[in-house]
Ligand binder design. Structure first.
Ligand code: SAM
Ligand code: SF4
Length: 331
């Protein structure tokens, strides 16, 4: 079987697919208050196109897909798309990243599908501070989703973007959740993908600083083995039901065994989060490409995957500054 291998010998097995660039929230680290620039509907990939892209990639060895956005549940008929994708028997797992405000009534449907894990983004456990971060008053809905997911058969991970002076004092409150709940709380370094064109974040709370803070309260924090191609470094605390993860998203120490590619909501293939998009798969499809042509295209594009996020960033041509919103890239 043809597979997707880059020039550093890394095999691509994981697709992150942004199903929309729209979102119901306005998180400060992701987009400006008026929202990120969104494209016309016809520029978005259709579910049929996403299904086809995923099928072709799965025939090239991709066995895991993360559905993200924007907010995936904002897109009409998203649950039908999940059902459709669940028929692909080459996929071992489909995961979702969501802000959780719109999903309470869909949890049973998710359990009945191929969805294995839900990553729920929740940056504060205080409703006022949550509203400041997301610029929307939906904390109670998101907390309710957390409780429902905790009871469900789905594996649950919490995504917490760490911002100094905003939620750093809550880091250990999040860790405390793992005492009785079988959840993985993942602290993410903030990246400059906020739709306003800042070259780099001024965030000083990086991987090491976050870890120091946790160790102050939990000196017995134990490092867990890092699974191959994991974005997160895991830690456990004796007798706690859940685990803690720290994601060096900006300091980028996880690139050496990266197994991921991204497809944005408009169908741009990204070999790396930090590149500016290497090819419009959407336009190629809409010109009538066959499955074999599409396969060859993926093989050729993946071969050019940059060594790491720093090289990808340095190679940017059109827009040197990392300025996109994470909602259009697909986080
Ligand atoms: N709307 C969904 C959500 O928030 O979970 C899915 C899309 S969101 C872009 C995916 C993940 O990216 C979320 O966990 C979010 O917190 C994270 N994210 C967004 N902007 C980020 C940034 N500038 N730095 C680090 N993580 C970011
Ligand atoms: Fe929306 Fe997710 Fe970005 Fe927040 S992080 S604005 S929920 S896409």
């Amino acid at each position: 079987m043809d597979t997707l291998v880059d020039s550093f010998g890394r095999q691509i097995t994981y697709l992150r697919l942004a199903v929309t660039d729209r979102c119901n929230l306005r998180c400060t680290y992701c987009m400006p208050a008026m929202g990120a620039a969104i494209v016309e509907r016809k520029e978005l990939l259709t579910f049929k196109e996403m299904y086809r892209i995923t099928r072709v990639l799965s025939e090239l060895g991709v066995n895991k897909v993360r559905l993200t956005g924007g907010e995936p549940f904002v897109r009409k008929n998203f649950i039908d798309f999940i059902k459709m994708l669940s028929f692909n028997d080459k996929l071992d797992a489909i995961n979702i990243t969501t802000n959780g405000a719109l999903i309470a009534e869909h949890i049973a449907a998710l359990e009945a599908s191929k969805i294995k894990t839900v990553n729920l983004s929740i940056d504060s456990l205080n409703s006022e501070s949550f509203a400041k971060i997301t610029r929307r008053d939906v904390y109670d809905k998101v907390w309710n989703t957390y409780k429902l997911l905790e009871k469900s058969s789905l594996r649950l991970k919490l995504n917490v973007v760490v911002q100094s002076g905003v939620n750093t004092h809550e880091i250990n409150d999040f860790v405390a959740l793992t005492e009785h709940s079988n959840v993985e709380v993942r602290f993410i370094e903030e990246m400059p993908f906020n739709g306003v064109g800042e070259r780099s974040t001024k965030e000083v709370w990086n991987y090491n600083r976050i870890l120091q803070e946790i160790k102050k309260e939990y000196p017995n924090l134990e490092k867990l083995p890092v699974p191959k191609s994991s974005t997160s470094h895991g830690f456990g605390i004796k007798e706690f039901a859940g685990t803690v993860g720290v994601i060096p998203a900006y300091t980028r120490t996880i690139c050496h065994d990266c197994n991921r590619i991204r497809i944005t909501a408009t169908g741009l293939l990204k070999n790396c989060l930090f590149d500016e998009g290497v090819f419009s798969i959407r336009d190629f499809l809409r010109k009538g490409a066959s499955d074999d042509e599409l396969k060859q295209l993926f093989i050729d594009l993946v071969a050019k995957k940059p060594k790491d996020g720093f090289v990808a960033e340095a190679n940017r041509v059109k827009n040197k500054n990392v300025s996109e919103s994470m909602s259009s890239i697909g986080g």
